[in-house]
Design a protein around this ligand. Structure first.
Ligand SMILES: Nc1ncnc2c1ncn2[C@@H]1O[C@H](COP(=O)(O)OP(=O)(O)O)[C@@H](O)[C@H]1O
Ligand SMILES: NC(=O)OP(=O)(O)O
Length: 566
């Protein structure tokens, strides 16, 4: 989402270390932050806000502990940490949403703020549960720290003479509501989400359960930013820039860094694990996941930093911005609307002028009883689940007038294009070219060679006949795509590990960017389906991206493209 920023603000932005953190002070600070947000909205940016909760969740817990130290006061249930996180998310979400709404109103902007209660999935066996590291609550003196430790808290000294309670902080694996948050951001709302790092949950056989932990909000923010596909992640904190050699005569601020340099400073121990370390790691993670840039700066310098005049700016210089136009495609128009959707291994971004839908080999010979697939001993019913989601995607492409290309595997009636090696492979009950219940098996023109009626091509759609597994081999597919300036392929079809996989690899070597829709592809062997999908997006997307049809359709629904000429 070009122009979209995720602003992650620390819990300390509302409550400073050592102060009691009155509600009025928090409102005052929320208003200052909201003014900056409204300025960005006024500049035409879409804004997603996340926030910490360290001080606030500590206050909530302490309140309960003071009233019911032994959890036995009648009518007052003990408050688990995960529920305190949910409470803090509600309270801070309210403070920020109301402040942002008021600031937007003052400027006459008709955008609204919405706070979303957000859950973050963590691993139940994350080693962090055995090693509390996350500071929460107000800072304490040594004597208070000793008293609390005696009550069972884990307390550490975060700075000389400054003590904080620490709790487990597992790594966030997934933001459960990422897709809904993305859709809301697209409406132009200022969305407040993943507060306090999100309510930590684990998935069990009977559903989701809260777990006692506080997720680091910078890590959760980087994950949310990548899942939603925002353009810029901004980690707003107490300093204008990140420094190396901090507190020494060699201190210098980092202004523009690339991942290699920043990683080297991190590995050299320049950033403490309890403060700047997680921010730097999160910035690096966002960029590694496909994010364009990450900025670390202070609230007063926010706007300057977004315009490159302040802050520490991390960009992925080693990766060209997607999509990559091919040499033969027409020049792209600056500022053209792009579509972004949540995908593995990182968000897939495409230009709607340069996309085509590939429907690979949805043929009766493979999908119906009596065809070639069944003659090889396969259960053809395994492929049929891909029909319904593919028909929904097909409908959207047709509605928008975007190109659709169907392929069919098959041979000339005289079988002059059939290698003996292919004909004789396996031990089929019917060989290619022999008479079956749907005519000659995999021979062009026979009924079995045709595409299933649910996904049948309509007038104007390209239908390619191919003799091999790959759609580029011995066909004019590449010429057709280049002539139309297509760079991005949404791939559906059967089977995942054979014709789909071969085609996606061929496409990748030719510079096309493939998004494989996991539920619109299928295999006779579920484990091969899963493995092929894993292989596509392994090693940072070695051959392409994988997403569900729902992720694509939601992204299309929430982006207006009526105005996009083809
Ligand atoms: N190398 C560094 N460069 C800049 N700031 C640093 C560095 N190391 C530690 N810090 C401190 O870390 C703070 C940010 O961490 P923290 O206060 O935990 O974040 P948050 O703003 O999310 O509450 C900065 O305000 C600064 O005081
Ligand atoms: N959850 C979290 O990281 O909060 P702070 O930013 O307030 O530490």
């Amino acid at each position: 989402m070009t122009g979209t920023v995720l602003l992650a603000v620390g819990g300390n932005a509302l409550v400073l270390d050592g102060e009691p953190g009155s509600v009025a002070r928090q409102q005052e600070r929320a208003a200052r932050f909201a003014d900056q947000v409204a300025d960005l909205v006024g500049d035409g940016r879409q804004v997603l806000v996340t926030h910490g909760n360290g001080p606030q969740v500590g206050f909530i817990l302490r309140r309960g502990e003071l009233v019911a130290p032994d959890a036995s006061v009648e009518g007052l249930p003990e408050l688990p940490l995960w529920l305190a996180v949910a409470d803090s998310q509600g309270g801070i979400g309210h403070l920020l949403a109301v402040a942002v709404d008021s600031a937007l109103e003052r400027r006459g902007l008709d955008s609204r703020a919405v706070a979303v209660l957000t859950h973050v999935e963590v691993d139940a066996d994350d080693p962090a549960f055995a090693l509390p590291t996350k500071p929460i609550g107000a800072a304490m003196t040594s004597s208070t720290a000793r008293a609390r430790t005696a009550e069972g808290w884990t307390v550490i000294e975060t700075a000389p003479g400054v003590h904080r309670r620490v709790v487990p902080s597992p790594r966030p694996r997934r933001v459960v509501e990422a897709e809904q948050i993305r859709a809301l951001v697209h409406t132009g709302a200022v969305v407040v989400a993943a507060g306090g790092g999100g309510i930590p949950v684990v998935r069990a056989a009977d559903g989701w359960h809260g777990v006692d932990a506080v997720v680091d909000k910078d890590r959760a923010s980087a994950l949310l930013a990548a899942s939603v596909g925002v353009d810029t992640l901004v980690l707003v904190t107490g300093v204008d820039e990140v420094s190396v050699g901090r507190g020494t005569p060699r201190q210098r601020a980092l202004r523009e860094v690339d991942p290699v340099e920043l990683r080297a400073h991190l590995d050299a121990g320049e950033f403490p694990p309890g403060s700047m370390g997680p921010k730097v790691e999160s910035a690096l993670q966002f960029v590694a996941d496909g994010g364009r840039r990450a900025v670390i700066t202070s609230l007063p310098r926010l706007r300057d930093a977004l315009e490159g005049r302040s802050g520490t700016l991390l960009t992925a210089r080693d990766r060209p911005a997607p999509p990559t136009p091919t040499a033969l495609s027409p020049a792209s128009t600056p500022g053209e609307p792009m579509i972004t959707l949540a995908a593995d291994p990182f968000p897939y971004v495409f230009d709607p002028r340069r996309v085509a839908l590939l429907c690979i080999d949805f043929q009766r010979d493979f999908m119906e009883a009596g065809g070639f697939g069944e003659s090889l001993g396969n259960d053809v019913s395994r492929l049929r689940g891909a029909i319904e989601p593919t028909s929904r995607v097909l409908e959207v492409f047709r509605d928008r007038g975007w190109p659709v290309i169907h392929t069919r595997e098959g041979h000339r009636p005289d079988l002059t294009d059939l290698f003996p090696a292919k004909r004789d492979r396996g031990s089929p009950t019917l060989r290619i070219g022999e008479d079956g219940p749907m005519g000659r098996v995999l021979v062009r023109g026979s009924a079995g060679h045709g595409i299933v009626p649910e996904l049948a091509p309509v007038e104007g759609e390209v239908v390619l006949d191919k003799p091999g597994k790959g759609s580029f081999y011995a066909t004019d597919l590449e010429t057709i795509l280049r002539a139309r300036g297509i760079t991005s392929l949404v791939v559906t079809g059967v089977t995942t590990e054979v014709c789909v996989q071969t085609t996606v690899r061929e496409a990748n070597d030719r510079g096309f960017e493939s998004l494989v829709l996991s539920d619109c592809t299928a295999s006779y062997f579920p484990q091969f389906h899963r493995s092929a999908l894993d292989m596509f997006c392994a090693q940072g997307g070695i051959v392409g991206w994988v997403a569900t049809s729902d992720a694509l359709l939601t992204a299309l629904r929430t982006t207006t493209h009526e105005e996009v000429p083809r």
